[in-house]
Design a protein around this ligand. Structure first.
Ligand code: ZN
Length: 251
């Protein structure tokens, strides 16, 4: 059966002499894996389509019994070419697609997540938008969509409100207050400003004006919290390749 999908390229793998296996995240069916025969030959018109982060439309032959579908043709919807002019933005976009690749395993439709992905890549490629904020917004909403919304308003042990600070450790899935938290070498402290920022990112639509302004130590705290929280809840994210580059930029 011939199918059509709107999708973002997550990763590609060379196959044989001229083919590629492409992993996509699509609006219609979620994760989608295609084999594109002959696309690496110099005559192929589809070669430029399959860079990770590209937003494309594909037509493919679908077989219900197969994990790998056959690519027929495709066209570019948005190349997000602004990413190529800025190494930081390109790195964040690569983290976005790799994070999605590591967290969304099944072929399951999730149109809100697809829209979040496309909107985030558009924000990252727009130099008038703060790239860190576009990234943070994506990360907390991805966690929420996957069922791992961070609960930062209250201590997860005694339920007292966390106002001035919270602690996330190696053994506990959500932040605790200073009285309940047993410090480990993995303990991450988050300030009241970081707590407010996470709540704000989760509660407000994108581009609301009153977002908190974080100083550099709070920004670092937010990065540490997001990644430690994500590693705890979604194990495969620990081994992301693009994180190494991200650490060089923000570590
Ligand atoms: Zn407590």
């Amino acid at each position: 059966m011939i199918e059509k999908a709107e999708a973002v390229v997550l990763k590609t793998l060379n196959h044989g002499d001229t083919s590629k296996i492409i992993t996509l995240y699509s609006r219609e069916v979620g994760r989608l894996k295609l084999i594109a025969k002959g696309v690496r030959s110099p005559k192929s018109k589809s070669m430029g389509l399959f860079q990770p982060t590209r937003h494309i439309q594909v037509i493919y032959y679908a077989k219900a019994t197969s994990e790998l579908q056959m690519f027929k043709s495709g066209e570019l919807i948005d190349g997000f070419f602004g990413l190529e002019e800025d190494f930081d933005r390109l790195t964040l976009a690569q983290v976005v697609v790799e994070l999605l690749d590591r967290t969304v395993e099944d072929e399951e439709t999730h149109p809100r997540l697809f829209q979040l992905l496309v909107d985030t890549l558009a924000r990252l490629s727009n130099k008038h938008v703060s790239s860190a904020e576009a990234y943070w917004f994506f990360h907390v909403h991805l966690l929420r969509e996957l069922g791992f919304r961070p609960h930062v308003g209250h201590c997860s042990s005694c339920q007292e409100p966390l106002v001035h600070e919270g602690f996330l450790g190696g053994h506990h899935p959500h932040p605790e207050c200073i009285k309940c938290h047993e410090a480990t070498q993995h303990t991450v402290r988050i300030s009241g400003e970081v707590i407010k920022t996470i709540q704000y990112l989760l509660a407000e639509p994108w581009a609301s004006d009153e977002r908190p302004d974080l100083n550099s130590s709070d920004r670092r705290g937010l990065w540490d919290f997001l990644w430690n929280y994500t590693f705890y809840h979604i194990e495969p994210t620990r081994h992301m390749r693009s994180l190494k580059v991200l650490r060089q930029l923000y570590g």
